[in-house]
Design a protein around this ligand. Sequence first.
Ligand SMILES: [Zn+2]
Length: 412
Amino acid sequence: MVLSLAMVSAACSSNEVATPAPVESELASDSVDEIGVGASGQGDEEPQMTFGECLDDEEMCWEWSNEAENSPDCGPANDHDYCWEYKVFKPFISLNPEDLSSSPIDADAQSRAQRLVDSGWNATVDSEATYFATSDLRESDLEIVRAGIRAAEQYLGAYGPMRVYVIGSDEEITEPAIDDYCAWAYDPDLEEHCRSDQGVAIWEIAHYQGANAFAQHSRDRSTPTQSFVIGNPAQLGAADGAKIAAHEYVHVYQAAHQLYERADEYGLDWPRWLEEGAAEFLALYLADENGWLSFTERMEEALDGALDLRTRVPNLTIADIADERQLERVNDYCGLCFGVLQYETGQWATAWLASKTSVDEVFHGFFPRTYEHGIDRAFELSFGLSIDEFMVEFEDFLQLPRPQQLAILPTP
Ligand SMILES: [Zn+2]
């Protein structure tokens, strides 16, 4: 997936407020170009939905809360994507599932998928990830990333071939990293394009001294490769730096079991809450196993966040971010609130699925099974219920007393 410059800048500006969620620039590029559904998708007969500040009697709009009066960051003259915690929202109205049409897989996509299978894309490889670090980084910086990748590789298996780029904070010396990255992730005829696109993203990580990360899955390369890029891992502390590396590796693993480059068009993309929620859930679980942080503590914090969002934006659930179009619409309404759905709430959705089966079933059962059966059927086979049925049960779960919720957590 090609990452646009706008996304990187957007991710940079959101990093400051996006704790404790992993710092990533992953809002998919194909959705960024779209015009918000809220602005364009209104028929005459539909209620008025501005998605903005309430001016009249619109159905989906918000007002500033009392807290906004005393906030230096958010208020009537100061509205940002991260200001949703200073707003009072009218209930969210979900997109009609019938509006989320997808096309059948065409022969070309099928043969590309087969080519990937033949190349070993969804099978483990013999060699573990290799690394490229910019020369301003210390060995200890690199070790933070290695520790996270190693933990995830040991549990999930090594996929790839994969190369990891660790970027420091001196933009003058990013050239060798960009050269290496573009040659690794692209065929020669696309290297120039890479330099002016993701190459700039790498330069920006150094320039802004960012700690963001992105994964790249080069399915169309003549020899397919996987890679991921992370900036200044020590900045977030060794524990979280390693945890983020493990999180990104889960995406590499998910991508290894996603054989369709444009899966979203065929309705075969991972639901966003499961893709991100599962990645963060496992990263925290493995981080605890390695003694880097407390899984239970982080999951308790995540539960607080998930429940808080439910109060702030009534009727908004993880079912509303299954697909990129829906995600964009949620983003139009309450900005970065979607992060709480895809991370905190998604982590608990993953915990629920693991408690019905096992952590192994989520990762070693469900994900590898999806290529053969598709997401919906694989979900049923692994967890014994449909995604729609799960949504109902998970909503009930979120209303249980806290001790019953915490009781489902596995022990790393
Ligand atoms: Zn992620």
